[in-house]
Design a protein around this ligand. Structure first.
Ligand code: CTP
Length: 365
């Protein structure tokens, strides 16, 4: 049997980027031979094993045929006679379809190295279309490698367009789609992910809410430049949508709760925050209460960050003002109210009244 390093590890080493996990490909072996050598099988469906010592993934060379719609609609053919070339041709991009043997010799039948040098994301073969998730993967790689100057090849964009038009993107599970979206948002140029999806028609299929409406991509880019966390990036992207659209999008994709919450809060309160300096204390208080700034200070910080990103670095004095207001409201001491015997709703109302007074003082200071 021959063992090759494949996929992202080869690609990223050639790009001079850090390699996080290594995928290995085994040609000319049977399941029984692998098990006899102590490899542990991973899944029932895939001929993939974990190395007994390193825990790294070793996959038997295989060919794939699509047998139905959506994920799961695959049949695999793994056997010792599947060649390296046959395994590599079913992969998504040429830059992901290179292999390296134990001596460090590069096997590159589909010219991944040339595309890497020319900064092109190009599909390997028509087998690309067998997994519609690859439309998102390509857009994600475009977002990741945009700073290096990578572009999607015209013919690949054409194929992605066909996949989008076929409606197959809608058959992807929320979990698989979100995983790609989340990773794409954390890349250095996440707005490129959206642009690529838009240019192939995938945006309309997957995130139709974002297909029209305000241009939030500069804010998203700004959030990436300032290394903001995922919920802030997600909220920046969704800003300006109607609350119902934000909710629908979040639920359909099963976005994590932090992302859902922040996007909804930005949708509802960003405009109010932009006018913070002119707000009446009552309106300011309502907002702080809604945010529960007393117990969730970080969420309020993330909200301010999301609002600030839309100014693209030109400054957001409203942020400081809002922080000061939260501080003033938070400083109200509940102890004297408790000592006066208040409980339940009465206590809540008295506390609110004290906070309002604090905000009035803050505003006039
Ligand atoms: N692959 C593919 N189609 C997919 C998923 C994966 O062709 N839908 C192939 C590619 O050859 C890829 C390899 O499997 O390089 C490993 O996939 P994965 O670990 O998901 O990605 P990496 O390329 O390692 O990239 P990343 O840096 O994003 O992990």
């Amino acid at each position: 049997m021959q063992i090759y390093k494949v996929g992202g590890a080869v690609r990223d080493r050639l790009l001079g980027r850090p390699v996080s996990d290594i995928d290995w490909l085994v040609v000319g072996a049977t399941v029984e031979q692998m098990q006899a050598q102590g490899f542990r099988p991973v899944g029932a469906d895939f001929p993939v094993f974990l190395h007994p010592k390193t825990g790294e993934e070793y996959a038997l060379a295989r060919t794939e045929r699509k047998s139905g719609r959506g994920y799961g609609g695959f049949t695999f053919h793994a056997s010792p006679d599947v060649t390296l070339e046959e395994d590599l041709i079913r992969r998504d991009l040429t830059i992901n379809a290179m292999a390296e043997d134990e001596q460090g010799t590069l096997y590159d039948p589909y010219h991944g190295k040339r595309d890497l040098d020319e900064r092109i994301l190009r599909h390997v073969s028509p087998a690309f279309a067998e997994d519609p998730l690859r439309v998102l993967r390509v857009a994600r790689f475009a977002a990741r490698y945009a700073p290096l100057g990578f572009k999607v090849a015209e013919e690949t964009l054409g194929l992605m367009r066909q996949i989008a038009e076929s409606g197959e993107l809608q058959a992807l599970t929320a979990e698989r789609s979100w995983k790609e979206i989340e990773r794409a948002l954390m890349e250095p140029e996440p707005q490129v992910f959206i642009e690529v999806l838009r240019s192939c028609g995938g945006l309309m299929e997957l995130l139709p809410e974002l297909a029209h409406g305000a241009d939030t991509l500069p804010a998203l880019h700004q959030a990436a430049k300032l290394q903001q966390p995922l919920p802030v990036r997600w909220a920046c992207l969704l800003r300006g949508l109607q609350p119902a659209a934000i909710k629908a999008l979040n639920q359909r994709l099963k976005a994590p709760r932090e992302c859902q919450e922040l996007a909804a809060l930005v949708g509802e309160f960003a405009e109010r925050a932009d006018h913070a300096l002119a707000l009446e204390p009552a309106s300011l208080l309502e907002m702080l209460q809604k945010f529960d700034v007393y117990r969730r200070p970080q969420r309020f910080e993330d909200f301010i960050a999301a609002c600030e990103m839309a100014t693209l670095g030109s400054g957001y004095p409203q942020g400081e003002y809002l922080r000061g207001a939260a501080e003033a409201a938070r400083a109200v001491d509940v102890k004297p109210l408790l000592e006066s015997g208040l409980t339940g709703q009465g206590l809540g109302e008295a506390l609110k009244a004290e906070r309002l007074k604090a905000l009035e003082a803050y505003k006039s200071a």
